[in-house]
Write a protein that binds this ligand. Structure first.
Ligand code: ACO
Length: 370
């Protein structure tokens, strides 16, 4: 008997990391509502919470920040690997290759907190190095005195980042840090459940993040907004898209049957960080998209998802569209590794079955008689 196509509604284990209430539109990390976390924490505090279960006190946070800062640099040999990739490569493919390269040096060991910190600390450095190299510049060393979000923007540009952009990116990174049993986190847990190392599990998660039904949606969302161009063109563009049997990027969710709480918060962030024209256009496209999707798919409740305003926020902080999903990975690496650690702490191999619907009892005919 098939559980449900796409494993919808299937609960694979217990977890104490993240709760989603899809009907109420609530997201909770370790007992704290995402609204509270995004409004008051640094990304580092959120990472500490997701990995350790509680918020850090001042001393714990200082020690934790020091550990992250120490792990930010990447070896020159990795910059050489990145230089040898085509400048037209997809940034997420480069990130996948880079994490895989770092993992080659690691013996097959049980994932631990040191792996979680090392991987998550290095992702912004890898993304920034590729962005610099493909534009003909040298990579910039991370700065010890900047927080995670500020240092990422600094490594991309070489100049001190605007505090409004740092705040927007910091909040974005908290909001995207974890999200229950999404496809990439499930993939990470499957790989970790085979007793593979943390780097292998994260590489697999990056692969699962790539597609537009999951983490690959924000760049197409920005492209949609650019193609629509003006609020008055939204209706015609969206109808044309749906009449052509294409999905509207940045709308719909497997779990949320109401507004995704992250989309609401990201809209508020975008209102502060994005140009007025773009945010007005995005709001019009959101409102029109919800209305028209209700007409085309009356049996579904389709709202803007996290990727819709993620695209606007990431554009507003100066990230190129090709770095959107790789930046999502910089944030979600916290959730991936928190789940990897939880999986290995109480492991059982994840190994479902599939219902065979092919033929049986066929006889092999010799090749010259086929
Ligand atoms: N545009 C048009 N139709 C849609 C959309 C959409 N954005 N989302 C769902 N539908 C329709 C499907 O076409 C399908 O219609 P049908 O029953 O007539 O064939 C129906 O709703 C159900 O679709 P499923 O794929 O089964 O729904 P599911 O809940 O599994 O989908 C998903 C969730 C994949 C996110 C979907 O809403 C989608 O494709 N959205 C667009 C891509 C996107 O925004 N991806 C980012 C997701 S957020 C994240 O992963 C971080």
């Amino acid at each position: 008997m098939i559980a449900t196509k796409g494993l919808e509604g299937v609960i694979i284990d217990n977890s104490e990391i993240c709760k989603i209430d899809g009907n109420a539109g609530r997201l909770i990390y370790r007992g704290y509502d995402i609204h509270d976390l995004a409004s008051s924490l640094s990304f580092e505090e959120a990472a500490y919470l997701l990995w350790n279960g509680d918020l850090p006190n001042r001393e714990e946070l200082k020690d934790f920040n020091d550990q992250i800062v120490r792990q930010r640099s990447i070896p020159e040999s990795l910059n050489t690997v990145i230089r040898n990739l085509s400048t037209s490569s997809n940034a997420l493919d480069v990130l996948r290759t880079a994490i895989s390269t770092l993992g080659v040096k690691v013996p097959l060991t049980k994932p631990d907190m040191a792996d979680a910190i090392a991987i998550s600390a290095k992702i912004p450095t890898i993304n920034a190095a590729f962005e610099r190299i493909r534009n003909g510049h040298e990579p910039i060393e991370p700065r010890d005195d900047l927080n995670h979000a500020a240092n990422y923007l600094y490594m991309l540009t070489g100049s001190s980042p605007d505090p409004v952009k740092v705040d927007a990116l910091n909040k974005y990174m908290i909001l995207l840090a974890d999200h229950g049993m999404n496809s990439s986190t499930f993939t990470a847990r499957v790989v970790a459940s085979t007793w593979a190392d943390a780097y292998s599990a994260v590489v697999a998660a990056i692969c699962a993040l790539k597609g537009p039904l999951h983490g690959g949606a924000p760049a197409p969302v920005l492209q949609m907004l650019q193609e629509i161009g003006k609020p008055e063109r939204a209706e015609e563009w969206i109808r044309n898209e749906l009449n052509s049997d294409r999905r509207l990027m940045g709308f719909g969710h497997r779990v949320y049957k109401t507004t995704d709480p992250r989309a609401q918060i990201l809209r508020e962030i975008a209102e502060k960080s994005a140009p007025k024209d773009l945010i007005e256009l995005a709001k019009k496209v959101e409102e029109t998209g919800i209305r028209i999707l209700q007409e085309y798919r009356p049996q579904r409740k389709l709202y803007a998802n996290v990727e819709f305003y993620s695209a606007v926020v990431m554009d507003s902080v100066g990230l190129p569209p090709d770095l959107f999903t790789a930046t999502f990975a910089a944030s979600r690496s916290i959730g991936w590794t928190a789940n990897i650690l939880e999986q290995v702490a109480n492991n059982r191999l994840i190994r479902p079955q599939i219902e065979y619907t092919g033929q049986i009892d066929r006889k092999v005919v010799p090749i010259n008689a086929r």
